[in-house]
Design a protein around this ligand. Structure first.
Ligand SMILES: O=C(O)C1=C[C@@H](OP(=O)(O)O)[C@@H](O)[C@H](O)C1
Ligand SMILES: C=C(OP(=O)(O)O)C(=O)O
Length: 457
C-alpha cells in the first residue's frame, strides 16, 4: 500500500450494500485456490493424465494453468455430467472439470505470476525440471514479495537461477530437464509457500528432497499439511514433523506420481465473508459441501466465529453458521490461518469489545501490507486500530461511511464489504480485485442479501 492515495474514479467504487436485516441464505462457494493450484502442479508432474473436478476458475488459478501450458502441459477445460464421473465421486463431481495431460516440460517460456504467491513460489522448482529457460515476471507487487527461500534452495539443489542479485522477481530459471535434489535448509518464516514449493516438486528430483526450516517461526502450517496430504494422495512418500518426524523437517522420496481424479473442496477462506455476514447481522448462512476433514485454514472459522458470538452446525446440508445477535472481540493467534485476518479484523471492528490479532507479522508481505492497510482503511471510517509488532489491536468505535481502498488485495475488498453490511455509505474501491480468488463475489454477495428474510434459499 502507499501513503498518498489519489481518489479512485467513481466507476471503480462499489457501494457496499447494507444488510436489510438478518441474512438467511445458502451460498455455494467456488473451489479452493490452494487445492486447485496444488492439484494442477501435481497433475503436471504425474506420469499419467489426471482430472481436477470443480476447480476454481479465478485469476490465480488461470495464471497457474496458463503457466503450465506455456511449459508444454495440456489442460483441457470441459463440462462433466454425472454419468461421466466415477462412482466414488458421485454427484459432487458434476460441473466443470479440467483434464491435465502431462508432457515433457520445456522452455523457453515466460510465466506471468500476476500477484499469486502459489504461482511465483510453486513453479520455479517445476521450471528447474523443464528443458530450457523459464522467465518469471508479474505484477509490480510480485517483485516485493519474498522469494529468496525458493531461489536459494533451488541453487543449493543444483539449479541455475538468474535474478541479478535481487533474490526476487523478475528472474529466469535455467532448467536442464532434471534436478539433483537432496537436503536443503531454508528460512520460511516469511512464507510457508517456500516449503510447499520444494515438497511439491520433490518426488521428481533425483534424490528427492529434505527441507529443513531454520527460521524463528513458520506461518500457515495447515497449508503445509495440505501439501503433504495431497502429495501422499498422489502416491508420494513424505515424512513430516506431525507424524512423529523431526520438528521443522520434511522429506520426500523420489518416485513417480499418479494421475488423480480430484474433486476440489469449496474455498473455506472465501466462505469467510458469508459466514461473517451471518455473524454480523444475527442471521444464518449455509455453505454446502463443507468438508468433514480438511487441511484448509478456513475450517478454523468454525471456532473463531463461534468465539466471537455465533454458533455452527455441520451436517449433510453443509456448514450452517448462525449469528447470536451480539459480536464480541477476540484475542487470538492467527499465525496458522493468516489469510483469514482481514475478514476477522472487519468483524472485530464491529464488535462490542477489544480484539487483539497476533502472529501475523508476515502479512506485511502479502498482496499488500495487510496490517498497514487494515489500520488505514478501518480508521478512515472512524475506527481505532493500531498495528502491533505481530498483528493488530482493534478497539471498536462507531464507524461512518467513506471510501475503503483495497490496494489490489481481494481480502481487503471482502473486508470492506463486511463493514458495509453494518455501516451506511461504505464504498469499496475496485471490488473486481476479488477476482484473484473469487470472481463472482459481488453477485454472490448481492444474492445472499437478496434472499428474503425467513425463507431459506
Ligand atoms: O500455500 C498456500 O496455498 C497458501 C499459503 C499461505 O501463504 P503464506 O504462508 O505466505 O501466508 C496463505 O496465506 C496463502 O493464501 C495460500
Ligand atoms: C496471501 C494470499 O495469497 P497468495 O497465494 O498470493 O500468497 C491470500 O490469498 O490471502
Amino acid at each position: 500500500m502507499t501513503d498518498q492515495l489519489p481518489s479512485p474514479p467513481e466507476s471503480l467504487l462499489w457501494p457496499a450494500p447494507t444488510a436489510p436485516g438478518p441474512v438467511d441464505a445458502t451460498v455455494t462457494v467456488p473451489g479452493s485456490k490452494s487445492v486447485t493450484n496444488r492439484g494442477l502442479v501435481l497433475a503436471t508432474l504425474s506420469s499419467e493424465p489426471g482430472w481436477l473436478r470443480r476447480p476454481l476458475r479465478s485469476r490465480d488459478t488461470l495464471l497457474m494453468a496458463e503457466a503450465l501450458r506455456t511449459m508444454g502441459v495440456q489442460i483441457e477445460e470441459t463440462l462433466c455430467s454425472a454419468s461421466s464421473t466415477t462412482e466414488a465421486e458421485g454427484e459432487r463431481a458434476t460441473g466443470e472439470a479440467w483434464r491435465v495431460i502431462p508432457a515433457s516440460l520445456r522452455g523457453p517460456a515466460t510465466v506471468d505470476v500476476g500477484n499469486a504467491g502459489t504461482v511465483m513460489r510453486f513453479l520455479p522448482p517445476v521450471a528447474a525440471l523443464a528443458d530450457g529457460p523459464v522467465r518469471f515476471d508479474g505484477d509490480p507487487r510480485s517483485y516485493e514479495r519474498p522469494l529468496h527461500g525458493v531461489i536459494g534452495a533451488l541453487r543449493a539443489l543444483g539449479a541455475r537461477v538468474e535474478d541479478e542479485g535481487r533474490g526476487a522477481l523478475p528472474m529466469t530459471v535455467h532448467g536442464t530437464g532434471s534436478l539433483t535434489g537432496g537436503a536443503v535448509e531454508i528460512d520460511a518464516s516469511s512464507s510457508s509457500q517456500f516449503v510447499s514449493a520444494l515438497l511439491l516438486s520433490g518426488p521428481r528430483f533425483h534424490h528427492g528432497v529434505e527441507v529443513r526450516h531454520t527460521g524463528h517461526s513458520l506461518p500457515s502450517m495447515p497449508h503445509i499439511r495440505m501439501t503433504v496430504e495431497m502429495l501422499r494422495a498422489a502416491g508420494a512418500q513424505v515424512d513430516a514433523p506431525e507424524d512423529g518426524g523431526e520438528p521443522n523437517v520434511w522429506r520426500v522420496t523420489p518416485g513417480a506420481l499418479l494421475g488423480r481424479d480430484l474433486t476440489v473442496e469449496p474455498d473455506l477462506s472465501n466462505a469467510q465473508p458469508f459466514l461473517a455476514a451471518a455473524l454480523i447481522t444475527g442471521g444464518r448462512v449455509t455453505i454446502p459441501d463443507w468438508p468433514e476433514h480438511t487441511t484448509q485454514p478456513g475450517d478454523a472459522l468454525r471456532e473463531i466465529f463461534t468465539a466471537m458470538g455465533g454458533s455452527c452446525e455441520l451436517d449433510e446440508r453443509g456448514l450452517t453458521f448462525t449469528g447470536g445477535g451480539r459480536l464480541t472481540g477476540i484475542d487470538v493467534d492467527l499465525g496458522d490461518v493468516g489469510e483469514l485476518t482481514p475478514g476477522i479484523a472487519a468483524v472485530a471492528a464491529l464488535a462490542d469489545s477489544e480484539s487483539v490479532l497476533r502472529g501475523v507479522a508476515h502479512l506485511r508481505l502479502h498482496e499488500t501490507d495487510r496490517l498497514a492497510a487494515l489500520v488505514k482503511e478501518i480508521n478512515g471510517l472512524g475506527g481505532d486500530v493500531t498495528e502491533t509488532e505481530d498483528g493488530l489491536r482493534i478497539r471498536p468505535r462507531p464507524l461512518h461511511g467513506g471510501v475503503f481502498h483495497t490496494y489490489d488485495d481481494h481480502r481487503l475488498a471482502t473486508a470492506g464489504a463486511l463493514l458495509g453490511l453494518a455501516v451506511e455509505g461504505v464504498e469499496v474501491e475496485n471490488i473486481a480485485t476479488t477476482g484473484k480468488t473469487l470472481p463472482d463475489f459481488p453477485q454472490l454477495w448481492e444474492g445472499m442479501l437478496g434472499s428474503p428474510v425467513g425463507e431459506r434459499a
